[in-house]
Ligand binder design. Structure first.
Ligand SMILES: NC(=O)c1ccc[n+]([C@@H]2O[C@H](COP(=O)([O-])OP(=O)(O)OC[C@H]3O[C@@H](n4cnc5c(N)ncnc54)[C@H](O)[C@@H]3O)[C@@H](O)[C@H]2O)c1
Length: 372
């Protein structure tokens, strides 16, 4: 089988990111389908480069995507390094650039400057708008697991990647352990299901809220839970679940808050009670001292279970990578439309100030999409 598709799996710039969107077993299937797959060396990726070589992939030094052939599609997960200023390729990754997040405009301008395209994995959807490949389950699983460990005084920092077996062993309740009241919001989603699974592993039966239960938000009921995991995917602004004054409510029993959603800085944020995420070195930040309220808001939770989360994600992504150049009005075209819309909304693209260089070279965001 032959294909003109050249995928370039990049090294992740973030040192704690051990996941990959393509695992070696799926790399082999891509190669068998005639796809050219170049894999960058990456010291932290959970799968060693030798497994990709054995699967028939080419290899390249970390970060060399910047000089990849122009028609190669650069595939990754999280943020690009700050350089180069102009992005020429098609890029598949989570750009976090369409909800007004900090840095969103700067990223889109880099694409406009180079004539490249962002095919954002968050917007790879079916016709009903459902995500086709997502890490949500493991994000929710980790979020609830860390919240329980913190609540039971068993969370140790810094956090390090682990396996599900190890994590579940730590979650199992000790004899005579105090019962915990927990709440999952967004309980019907992927992260919500993961959170419920982790609570089950910890012997806790959480209250489950989704859209129906938050429409007329009962904040006193929310504050009556000791542990809360927020796992919503906000698409339209709603009243915040917690406000500063709720944290000072004397009736508050809430002690541990885990925000899996991590929309901090976005106008859609349902938890505007903190201004920056936490991380693996300092996973917990106190929001109140007396009585305590601890926050966990880590935006790369699934990386803590890199093997499990990469394997699930890659399996979901693989069939779509095989149709990346189909041009059939399918999910990738929807990604492209979303990118173009974001550029238009920002005034980036042909004729916009950020696109000056691209226009000089005779390319634009629109034309840049036809690479390869
Ligand atoms: N922290 C991390 O590492 C990490 C990793 C992956 C995903 N995420 C984030 O987690 C969030 C959830 O992702 P997902 O894959 O589970 O999404 P999903 O679409 O599968 O589920 C979201 C759920 O939230 C519900 N919801 C939306 N608005 C709500 C509201 N106002 N009240 C109650 N419920 C509401 C939806 O009905 C749905 O059931 C997203 O914001 C995603 O970006 C974070």
């Amino acid at each position: 089988m032959s294909s003109n598709l050249h995928l370039w799996l990049r090294h992740e710039a973030r040192p704690t990111e051990r996941r990959t969107p393509i695992v070696p077993a799926d790399a082999r299937r891509l190669v068998e389908h005639g796809v050219t797959l170049t894999v960058e060396e990456s010291p932290q990726r959970i799968f060693p480069i030798e497994e990709y070589e054995a699967a028939g992939c080419r290899t390249a030094p970390a970060g060399s995507w910047t000089s990849a052939p122009r028609d190669a599609v650069v595939v990754g997960l999280k943020e690009l390094p700050d350089e180069p200023a102009a992005l020429e390729h098609r890029h598949v990754f989570f750009g976090h650039a369409y909800k007004g997040q900090p840095g969103a405009g700067a990223l889109l301008r880099r694409f406009a400057a180079g004539g490249g395209t962002l095919l954002d994995l968050e917007y790879l959807t079916d016709e009903q708008g459902r995500r086709l490949a997502a890490f949500g389950f493991w994000a929710g699983y980790l979020g609830a697991a860390l919240a329980v460990l913190q609540h039971r005084g068993r969370l140790t920092a810094p956090l390090t990647p682990t396996t599900r077996e190890e994590l579940d062993a730590r979650l199992r309740p000790a004899d005579g352990e105090e019962e915990v009241t927990a709440l999952v919001i967004g309980a019907l989603g992927r992260s919500g299901r993961g959170a419920r699974a982790a609570f089950a592993a910890a012997g806790i039966e959480p209250t489950c809220w989704d859209l129906a239960e938050t429409r007329d938000l009962d904040r006193p009921a929310l504050l009556a839970h000791q542990v809360m995991v927020n796992a919503v995917l906000a698409t339209t602004p709603v009243p915040p679940f917690l406000r500063e004054e709720d944290l000072d409510d004397p009736a508050r029993r809430l002690r541990t808050l885990c925000d899996v959603t991590c929309d901090v800085g976005s106008p859609l944020n349902v938890l505007p009670v903190y201004d920056r995420t936490t991380d693996w070195d300092e996973p917990v930040r106190p929001l109140r001292k007396e009585p305590p309220l601890d926050l966990i808001a880590i935006d790369n939770l699934p990386s803590l279970l890199p093997r499990e989360s990469s394997t699930d994600f890659s399996a979901a992504l693989l069939p779509h990578l095989l149709t990346l150049d189909a041009g059939d009005g399918g999910p990738w075209d929807r990604c492209l439309d979303r990118f173009r819309r974001a550029c238009r909304e920002l005034g980036v693209g042909r004729g916009a100030p950020g696109a000056a260089e691209a226009e000089e070279e005779g390319t634009s965001v629109e034309e840049g999409t036809s690479h390869g």
